[in-house]
Design a protein around this ligand. Structure first.
Ligand code: PLP
Length: 444
């Protein structure tokens, strides 16, 4: 993954990240950044900053790229990974497109229900599901549990038995392939907490196969996030298919493969593979295998998150002060690490673009930092920007793992969110007030 360490970065052209982002030149010669035709500076006037803004068309197009890559395949499901961006308006938009959902908590299940999503098309992943979460998921008819340990398998069997129902399960296996991404978002290596090793998997399947309260549905494999090279997917698939052969020899037949998410996006100059490069080749590989073994073609699902929403969104922010300390210039903006955690957490790189680009203004080399009392509170480093106090900026590629990772650190309220649909802006989350924050602190 690109980390924003020290070199001076040239600006990232917003147009290179999404076809929905463009500069339009006005009569004064000033260029305005627009999303789906909506002027982002006008949205900052209307709704205030910091503000997340998303393009519905970008999300639809990104989802359809997956759906079309699966065309002709019976019962393929694209399960959008809710944790990337869980606003219920975005979930509703994806539900309308036919998406299923990948969820990791009872809260995310409640969100897809609120959004009108179909729980039968949801898969429930995560290493630490509680009994209460499992019961809630069984009550609501979640399609499948992606199970991450033998103890969890036993817990699901216990809860299902207490309810007198049978739970559908897939085992999340850890194929021990290196996704060559940032260590914090790599999940497919042996030393990660995720999934069950290939060696341990048959034992867990035997347990599930024998339980009257479990129905073995499939196998699940998600190897990491922000993958910019497709080869780890094929290595992982080889290992998963070998496991299926081994299980088949024991009489455990698996007819569903969930191949996870993880396709990367462009933040700076990455050239990640597109779903139409990767999915048809994975599907062909499974087909060839099934034919060679004389089996029916398994059903397939995928769990993309970042590649659906990442470049649909920007975070708008306003320059409060420009300050010089030693040799460094800091642009202190009204967005911070509590709004967008990725730079502080992974040293992640995000492009930055002026909302009103005025070439007449001198450019300066700045670090973009927030008001939070942490040296780790920076959003971008060493950028040449034409800015003055009061100007607005867009932090690019902020649609995934932005608002969902936001916190109230420093008692800052979380941002408002706006969704643009065919050029029309709609507030889809109000700005969090101090009353919202104090509501749960009872009894003083
Ligand atoms: C986070 C996650 C995803 C989505 O990953 P992206 O990189 O956003 O596509 C899919 N599956 C599981 C199990 C996850 O934890």
């Amino acid at each position: 993954m690109k980390t924003d360490s020290t070199p001076t970065h040239t600006a990232v052209a917003p147009e290179s990240l999404s076809t929905q982002l463009q500069y339009q030149t006005g009569s004064t010669g000033i260029q305005s950044l627009v999303m789906e035709g909506a002027d982002l500076n006008a949205l900052a006037d209307q709704f205030g900053t910091p503000l997340y803004v998303y393009s519905a068309q970008h999300i639809i197009d990104a989802y359809q790229a997956y759906a079309q890559a699966c065309e002709g395949l019976a019962d393929a499901t694209i399960c959008y990974a809710v944790k990337a961006n869980s606003n219920i308006h975005i979930l509703a938009l994806l539900a309308q497109q036919g998406a299923g959902f990948d969820i990791v908590s009872a809260g995310e299940l409640a969100r897809i229900l609120a959004a009108g999503g179909n729980p039968a098309k949801a898969v429930f992943a995560g290493v630490g599901k509680t009994s209460d979460e499992i019961r809630f998921a069984l009550e609501k008819g979640v399609g499948c549990f992606n199970v991450e340990s033998e103890q969890e398998m036993a817990r699901i069997a216990n809860v299902a038995q207490s309810m007198g129902v049978k739970a559908k399960v897939s085992l999340r296996v850890n194929p021990d392939v290196d996704a060559k991404t940032h260590p914090y978002i790599s999940t497919g290596l042996k030393e990660n907490k995720f999934g069950v090793s290939m060696e341990a998997a048959p034992q867990v399947y035997r347990f599930a196969h024998q339980s009257p309260w479990l129905e073995v549905h499939g196998v699940d494999c998600h190897i990491g996030s922000q993958l910019t090279d497709a080869s780890p997917y094929f290595d992982a698939l080889d290992r998963v298919l070998a496991l299926l052969d081994q299980l088949s020899a024991e009489g455990i037949e698996i007819n569903h493969l969930d191949l996870g998410g993880g396709i990367g996006i462009r933040y700076l100059d990455e050239t990640p593979p597109s779903p139409k490069d990767v999915l048809p080749a994975l599907i062909a590989k499974v087909k060839t295998w099934a034919q060679a073994k004389g089996r029916s073609m398994p059903t397939l699902s995928f769990e993309p998150g970042r590649s659906i929403v990442g470049n649909s969104g920007v975070l708008l922010t306003e320059v409060q002060f420009i300050k010089q300390n030693g040799d460094k210039n800091f642009a202190i903006v009204d967005a911070a690490m509590n709004d967008l955690m990725r730079p502080a957490m992974y040293q992640a790189f995000h492009g930055v673009a002026e909302l009103q680009k005025d070439a007449a203004k001198p450019s300066q080399l700045v670090d973009l930092v927030g008001p939070v009392c942490e040296s780790g509170d920076w959003l971008a480093r060493n950028r040449n920007l034409h800015i003055e106090q009061g100007d607005r900026l867009a932090i690019l590629s902020a649609g995934a793992y932005g608002q969902t990772m936001a916190s109230n650190y420093n008692s800052r309220g979380r941002c408002a969110e706006v969704l643009i649909t065919q050029g029309q802006a709609r507030l889809i989350r109000t700005r969090e007030t101090i009353e919202d924050q104090l509501r749960n602190e009872i009894g003083l």
